[in-house]
Write a protein that binds this ligand. Sequence first.
Ligand code: URA
Length: 250
Amino acid sequence: MGLRLDKFLGDHNIGTRKQIKEYVKNGRCSVNGVPALKPDVHIDESNDEISFDGKVLSYSKYHYYMLNKPVGVVSATTDKKQETVIDILKEENVKGLNPCGRLDIDTEGLLLLTDDGELIHRLLSPKKHVDKTYEVHIKYALSESDIKRLEEGVDIGDKNDDGSKKLTLPAKVCINEDIINDENDNPVILLTICEGRFHQVKRMLEAVGNEVMFLKRLSMGPLLLDPNLNPGEYRELTNEEKRALNIDIK
Ligand code: URA
């Protein structure tokens, strides 16, 4: 049966239902190179080539963006006072976008934004243990025993249901070969964790008597922060990235 053309165009944020009707009537949309003059015509979204103003539209039910979150912006959909990550993408005009997880206001780096709730659930579910790697600028160099403790699990004050200490799950600490110390002479490490507890990285470093001076997320599961994105810049995920995240691409 396929999908109605106006629905397909709506999913691409071409305009409101009323505008789309008008655009189609004006011959701005083609199906397999032939102008489609009826908005309610059914198309086969996996085989037909749909174009609008000469530009081919690929069908995607959901939208996926990689943002290099800048410091000073909150990972929320709305906020009365602060700019949100959703404000940065407002020109995309996509309804229902949500950040996949939260970065603190003073944290920079990789944030996935999508309207695909199933993917968000899959990446954030505590049962899935998705790895997240952070570049962590710290106040003091780590000792061998600090590294061992961070890797084995530390007490960050959380409790299990029975009241016992809920240590962090095993993590990985790497010394960053590219930057040993930052411009302020703070040591820089890479820390990979598979949980997403509140302020987790900061609290883990605190647990070993250290302090996070700057934090940047570099990866989440198979998704790596694009080094070409400056803080505040974003782009759509590539098909390769979508495939790595097991997103169904037509
Ligand atoms: N851990 C933190 O402490 N802050 C973040 O923003 C992310 C992980």
